[in-house]
Design a protein around this ligand. Sequence first.
Ligand SMILES: Cc1ncc(COP(=O)(O)O)c(C=O)c1O
Length: 455
Amino acid sequence: MTAHSPNRIAPDRVRSLMESELQTFEAAHPRSREIHEKAGEALLAGVPMNWMTRWPGSHPVFFAEAEGNRLRDVDGNELIDFCLGDTGAMAGHSPAPTVVAARERLGRGITTMLPSEDALPVGEEMSRRFGLRHWQLSLSASDANRFSIRLCREVSGRSKVLVFNHCYHGSVDETVATLRDGEPASRLGSVGPPVPVAETTRVVEFNDLDALAAALADEDVACVLTEPALTNIGIVLPDPGFHDELRRLTRETGTLLIVDETHTFCCGPGGYTRAHGLEPDLITVGKPIAGGIPTGAYGMSDEMAARVLEHTVWEAADVGGVGGTLAGNALSLAATRATLAEVLTEEAFARMIAMGERFEAGVGSVIEEAGLDWTVTRLGCRAEYMLGAERPRTGAAAAAAFDPALDALLHLHMLNRGVLLTPFHMMALMCPATGEADVDAHTAALAEAASALTG
Ligand SMILES: Cc1ncc(COP(=O)(O)O)c(C=O)c1O
C-alpha cells in the first residue's frame, strides 16, 4: 500500500474537494448565513467571540438546541457532537442532574457574596478526586491559571513563569508565548501584551528535559505551568519518565509545579494527575466541572496552602489581583456539585473511555487501510488524528505537521456529514451520551474522506 504523507495529497485535490464541500455547506445553512449577515454590526464580526469565525465554511453555524451529544442548528441540521464545547460540555449538553440542580438554585438566589452550602461538598469532592486538599473557585480555567501563577510568584518571591512551547492555558498574559530562535516571544496573534513576554516567561519544548533543567537552574522561576500532555496543538504525550524528572527538577530548584487539568480531566475522575500518580503543588481546572455553567477551580497542597495563608493580606484580599465578584457563586457551585456527584462519575468515565478506545481503533483502521502517513493518539476519552508518520514529541513538531487547508477540508467534510469535531485541529471528545453508533458514524465519514483524498 502506498503511504500518503500530508504533502503528497495534491493541494489541487484538497482545493477542489473544498469547493464542493462549500457548496454543500451553503445549501444546508441559509438561516445561519442570514443571522450572521444581520449580526455583522451589532456584534463585531457577526459573532459574540471573534474566534467563532474560525470554523471552516463560508460563515459560522448558529445552533438552536443541544442535548447529550446531539446539537441542532438553526436550519434544522443535526450534528453528532465530538467538539462538546471544546470540553465545556464533556458532561454532555444540559445533563439532567446539572439542569435540575441549577434550575432549583436559580429560583433561590444566584450570587450573594456569601458562600453557599454547596461549597463544602464541592471542595471535598475536588480533594477526593485530585488528591490536593485545599480548593478555591474562579469563573474560568483562565482565571484559575492566572490566580495560581500570581500565588506562586507571591509565595516564592520569584518573577518568572515557565511554560512549554505551543501550550495553551487560556487568556493568561504570561502564557501567550512561543519559542522563536530559542527565545521566548509573543505568540502569533497575541493581542496587546502588557510587557514583552520574555520579561515574564521562559519557554522550552515539551519533553526536552535538558532545556528544562537549564531554564530552571538560576532558581528564578516561580512555577512551571503545564498540561500533563499537550492537548491544544494536537495531542503531545509525555515521554516515559518525563513527569518524574519534571517533578525532580522543580523540587530540586524550589520551583512550584502547576498542572492544568482543564482538558486532561478526560483521563478519568481525577484527571491525568490521579490516573498517573502525579504530585503537583497546584492543579487548575475549569470548563466541564459545572456541566457547562461557568466555573473554574484551583487546588493546592498542604504546604502551598500554608504558604498562601501566610502571605495573604486579609484586609486587602478582595483587591489583590486574585478574585472575582461572581467567583464561587451559588449557581456554579450547585451545578458543580451535581455534575461531579451524578454526571462525571467513575462509571461515566469508564464508558466514555471505552468510546474513546473505539474511536481510536476506528481512525487507526482508516489510516491503515488508506495507507495514510497519519497517527491517532488517545488520552482517556479524547482522541486526535494528526498528519505525519510519527507522533510528535514536541509542540514545534506538532505545529510543523499541521496543514491548514487539509484541516479545514476535513472539518467541513465532517460537518456536512453530521459530525462536529473540535475546530483548529482534528480532536474528538466523548461524553456520557456518546454511543457506539456515533463513533462508527465518524469512522465511516473519515473513511469516505480518506478515499476522496487518496483514491
Ligand atoms: C488546557 C487549558 N487550560 C485553560 C484553558 C482556558 O479555559 P477557559 O477559556 O475556559 O478559561 C483552556 C482552553 O482551551 C485549555 O485548553
